[in-house]
Write a new protein. Structure first.
Length: 316
C-alpha cells in the first residue's frame, strides 16, 4: 500500500532584496528553487531515506511532506490518518519552560478527547515505551542528556498515534554511541507499531542500517532512487559513487577514502544542463547542455548512454 506519494513537487523561496533597494537599482524579484520536481512514493511500513550534502533540498522535502511548507508546484498525497516530525536538534525542539509531561501531552490535548487521568496514563506509557521512567515526566528538558531529549521528542511524536514519522537528521547532533541507541529504538518501534519512516540524513553509514530504499538528492533534484542494498552494492549515479567513496573505512580494509570533489553549486546560479557536471568525471558536452531526465531510477546521461559501468562498491 502506498502511504505517501510526491508528484513533481517543487518549492521556491523569495530571496529578493528589500522593495526600496529593488526600485532604486531596478532589480527584479529573485526566487530560489530549493526543491525541483521531486517524485517518489513510500509504502506502508517501510523506511525511505533521503541523502545528500547540505543544501541538497532534503530537509525542505521533509517540511513539504508534513505541511510546514506548501509546494510551489506539484502535490503531496498522504493516505494515512496522521503524521509527525522528529527534528534534528533535541536541544532546540523542546520548550525549556515546560515539564516533559506537558511536552508529550500537547498532541494528546489537540488530537484526542481524553480525561486528565487518561492523558497522564498515556504519558507514562509513552515514556516507558521510549526507554524513560514515568517519573521523568515531572522534569524539565535541561535535566536530560541529548539522547534522552531525543527520546522525549520521539514520545511526543508517538503521542498522536501517527502512521508516518518524518525524521530530519534525528541522530546527527548526538554522540556515536547514543546514535546507535536511538536508531535501535526507532527500529524496535517501527516493528512493534507498524510505523513508516521518511529518514533524512547526510550520514550514509547510518542510512545503510535503517533504510529499505534510498533517494539521493543533489541541488534540489532527485538523482538516484533504489533499494538500499542495491544502491550500496552497485551505485549508478557518479554523485552517489562519490558520496560512498567518502565514507570512512570503518572496517579497516585499507581501501582509501576520497573526499567529495568540488563545491556545492550556488542554488541561485545553478550550472546549465546537469547541475552536477562541473564536479563529474564523466561529464561531456551533452551533460553541460541538457538536463537529464529521471528515468529507470537515475538521472544521468552517462548512465543512460552506457558510458560508465556499474561497479560493485565496498560493503559497509
Amino acid at each position: 500500500m502506498k502511504l505517501l506519494e510526491l508528484h513533481a513537487v517543487s518549492r521556491d523561496f523569495d530571496v529578493s532584496r528589500p522593495w526600496l533597494n529593488r526600485v532604486i537599482e531596478g532589480e527584479p524579484r529573485r526566487a530560489l528553487r530549493a526543491v525541483d520536481g521531486v517524485s517518489f512514493e513510500v509504502g506502508k511500513g517501510e523506511t525511505l531515506a533521503l541523502v545528500g550534502e547540505s543544501g541538497s533540498g532534503k530537509s525542505t522535502v521533509a517540511r513539504l511532506i508534513v505541511g510546514l511548507y506548501a509546494p510551489t508546484e506539484g502535490r503531496v498525497e498522504f493516505r494515512g490518518r496522521r503524521m509527525q516530525m522528529i527534528f534534528q536538534d533535541p536541544y532546540a525542539s523542546l520548550n525549556p519552560r515546560w515539564r516533559v509531561r506537558s511536552i508529550v501531552a500537547e498532541p494528546l490535548s489537540v488530537l484526542k478527547s481524553l480525561s486528565r487521568k487518561q492523558i497522564l496514563e498515556r504519558i507514562e506509557k509513552l515514556l516507558v515505551q521510549v526507554g524513560l521512567a514515568p517519573e521523568d515526566g515531572e522534569k524539565y528538558p535541561h535535566e536530560f542528556s541529548g539522547g534522552q531529549r531525543q527520546r522525549i521528542s520521539i514520545a511526543r511524536a508517538l503521542a498522536g498515534e501517527p502512521d508516518l514519522l518524518v525524521c530530519d537528521e534525528p541522530t546527527s547532533a548526538l554522540d556515536v554511541s547514543v546514535q546507535a541507541q536511538i536508531l535501535n529504538l526507532m527500529a524496535d518501534l517501527q516493528e512493534r507499531l507498524g510505523l513508516t519512516y521518511v529518514f533524512i540524513s547526510h550520514n550514509l553509514a547510518v542510512v545503510s542500517e535503517v533504510a529499505n530504499r534510498v533517494g539521493v538528492m543533489y541541488a534540489g533534484r532527485l538523482v538516484e532512487l533504489a533499494p538500499a542494498a542495491e544502491l550500496f552494492a552497485r551505485p549508478r549515479h557518479p554523485y552517489t559513487r562519490m558520496l560512498l567513496d567518502a565514507v570512512p573505512d570503518l572496517a579497516m580494509t585499507g581501501k582509501p577514502r576520497t573526499p567529495v570533489a568540488g563545491e556545492v553549486p550556488n542554488p541561485l546560479a545553478l550550472p546549465s544542463g546537469c547541475a552536477f557536471h562541473p564536479r563529474c568525471p564523466n561529464a561531456n558536452e551533452r551533460c553541460r547542455r541538457e538536463r537529464p531526465a529521471f528515468a529507470g531510477g537515475v538521472a544521468c546521461h552517462a548512465v543512460a548512454e552506457g558510458r560508465i559501468a556499474v561497479a560493485a562498491a565496498e560493503s559497509f
